[in-house]
Every structure is written in structure tokens, then in C-alpha cells.
Design a protein around this ligand. Sequence first.
Ligand code: 7TS
Length: 418
Amino acid sequence: METIIAATPTTLNFDVQNIRKNFPILNEQVHGHPLIYFDNAATTQKPRQVIEAISDYYQHSNANVHRAIHTLGEQATEGYEEARRKIARFINAESEKQIIFTRGTTESINLVASAWGEKFVGQGDEIIVTEMEHHSNLIPWQLLAEKVGAKLRYIPFTEDGTLDTSLFETLLNKQTKIVALTHMSNVFGTINPIKKIVRLAHDRGIPVLLDGAQSVPHLPIDVQSLDCDFLAFSGHKMVGPTGIGVLYAKTNRLENMNPYQGGGEMINAVWLDRATWAEIPHKFEAGTPNIAGAIGLGAAIDFLQQIGMKQITLYEQQLTTYALERMTRFKEMTIYGHAPERGSAISFNLGSIHPHDMAQFLDQYGVAIRAGHHCAQPIMRKLNVAAVNRASFYFYNTTEEIDAFIDVLKKARDFFDF
Ligand code: 7TS
């Protein structure tokens, strides 16, 4: 792959224009304006290296994995397993056997709630989540609790959109079976104090699941240093394809869990009335997997690593600080989330403009943001709003795009005339 940028690990040397050349979609026009894509917390755009890796696979190596002895079968298997190794290195897992391919964060969390939860959580047990979870890290636990007779407990968030960790310890007791929380909020942008939470939970032998959907794409991640028991994330939020995601878990957790789905690939030996399971990770990958998706995600990781995750974090911090500084100059502006440690998702409302009107107005000028409850209705209820706008940046966005966005916000304020 040709060089994307010249970056050194210690200083910010970010040639964003050069990086943008790798993303064909960034040349699109929307309603006669250059596309300004600020909906990256929902999904990110794809560089041609990822698009080409998928297309190359289908053109030159397409075959099913693990079953075939022929050349294409071996190539497909090698591509798929190489992607697993890349992911393991990317998050500093001890072994690629700890990497399970799933459809995305949602499926990864459902896998744990069902394959781990139904074995280890029972009547009267407690599951701790936070009040700031995406529905993906709430509903699977509600379903589990209902099935086994367990109860959910909640770490609250405060006015600035940070967790009230002072209450966390009071929630922990002998009945607590797992703590499941988001690493970075998709609404507030808050980066939660994971190490502290993991330490307090582990002191009592309680495992921790991290929803990394918003953190893995934006921060350098080291699962050994975080010491989480489970980490779930999605390929499509980190310049990879849709339909592929990851569950990382500690080896002993995976070995002790039930299988998730039954079928081909996940077995060792099968009789008519019983079966034994394949070794991890295959025990959790029933059926033909998303081979092209895994290979595309591997290419996405190569791309991110060539830029460098530290560089990406630093650059996005600059963009976010710049955007917040410009946005808060509107006296009618409400920003939701003021955590000192935060990522690049900014939720806001401007005066009394309904978020859906705002998103539609911005779209007329080519600016894509998201408006709604962001799959976090309990947050909206606590904030006492029906919906919020959210602008979320990635490393291919620029300060010039933020300036253009601010200009359209001014037009919206004048148009809606409050
Ligand atoms: N967890 C968090 C924190 C998320 O932000 C999302 C997706 C998910 C889980 C689910 O990921 P999926 O890939 O399985 O769908 N968040 C959003 C969002 O904020 N707007 O659209 C999708």
C-alpha cells in the first residue's frame, strides 16, 4: 500500500488532504454542495484500500473457509485468519483465539448475554449497566434478566454527561454477576473511567464487558492494559465494511461459555443425539462467516495503523476542541456532554429548532449530521428532550468543514428566526 501520510509518533503531522484522497465518497456533491460527512458515530466512510480488498477477494480468492483443500479455499481461509491476527495485534490481545467474528457490536453483546449470561447469571442475580448505554448494551441484558430472573442496576450520569462513579461501589454486592458499560458515549462523547471500574469490579471477582463501538475506532486500545473481560466493536465505525464486528474475550471466559449458535464450523464431533464443540474461536462461529467482511476489516486496520491511532486521537481532539469553541459562540446553543475526557461526538440543540428540522436544513447544504434519540432513549428521557442533533467527526474531517457547518447553523438560526 502506498504511503497515506508521513507521520511521526510523537508529533501531530497530519496531512488530512492527502488522507482524504483515499476516500472516493468525499468527492460527492449533495444538493449541489460538497458532501460534509459528520455522521461518523453512526457509520464511517470507506477508503479505496478497503473497497479494493473486498473486490479483490471476490475476484481472485472467493471460496468457503476452513473446509476446502483446494487453492482458493486455502487463500480464503488465510485471508480470513490473517484478518483475525491483525485485529488481535490492533487491540493487543494475547492470542488471535480470543477474537470472535460477529456481525457487529450488537451481536457481540448478545453473544455474551446469551452464551455467558444464561450459564452464569441466575435468579436474584444483578447486572450493572449505566444510564448512558446505547440500546445495544441495554436490551440484551434486559432480555437475559427477564429470562433468568435477574435484575438490572444502573450507574447514573450527572449533568455534565459523566458517570457518577462514587455510586458504583455501593451497587456492587455478592449478587453482582457482570458490569457492562460503554467505553465512549455515542451521545455525550464521554470517555468513561474504565480502569477504575474494572479494578473495583475485579476486586470482587466480577467480570466487565466494554462496549467499544465508539472507542475502538478513535483511541489506541490495549485490552491487556484495560484488563476488560469482554470487548465488543463494529467494523463499519472504523472505515471497515458493515456486517462484520468483533468480540474479544479473555480465554478462560470463552472456554467456559456455552456455544452461541449451533451449526457447521463450531463442532468437533457430531452424533445424531449429541455433539462436542470446536476449540475457540471457532466454537462461536457457526456457519459460513462474512469472509469478505473480515478481509475488509483487516484492510481497514492496516489503513488506521498506517496513520497511527495516536495521531488519529490527537487530530480528532483538535477538531473537537475547535468545533466546540465555535459552536458555543451561539448564545442559543445547548451542548449535551461536558466531560473533560471526551471523543468527537457532539450532541446539541440550537434554540427551539427541532432536531429533525435542523438535520434536514443542514442536508440542503450537503452537511450530514444525525438527529434523533441515537438509540439511547433513557438518556433523552433523563435530559427531558425528545431528540438531539449530533455532529460526529472522524480523522478525514477538516476545520474548513467545521467552518462551513457553522455558517449553515447561522443560516438555520436566521431562517427559523427565534
Ligand atoms: N454501542 C454504541 C456505543 C454505539 O454507538 C453503537 C452504534 C452500537 C453499540 C451498535 O453498533 P452496531 O454496529 O452493532 O449497530 N451507534 C450508532 C449511533 O450512535 N448512531 O447510529 C448507530
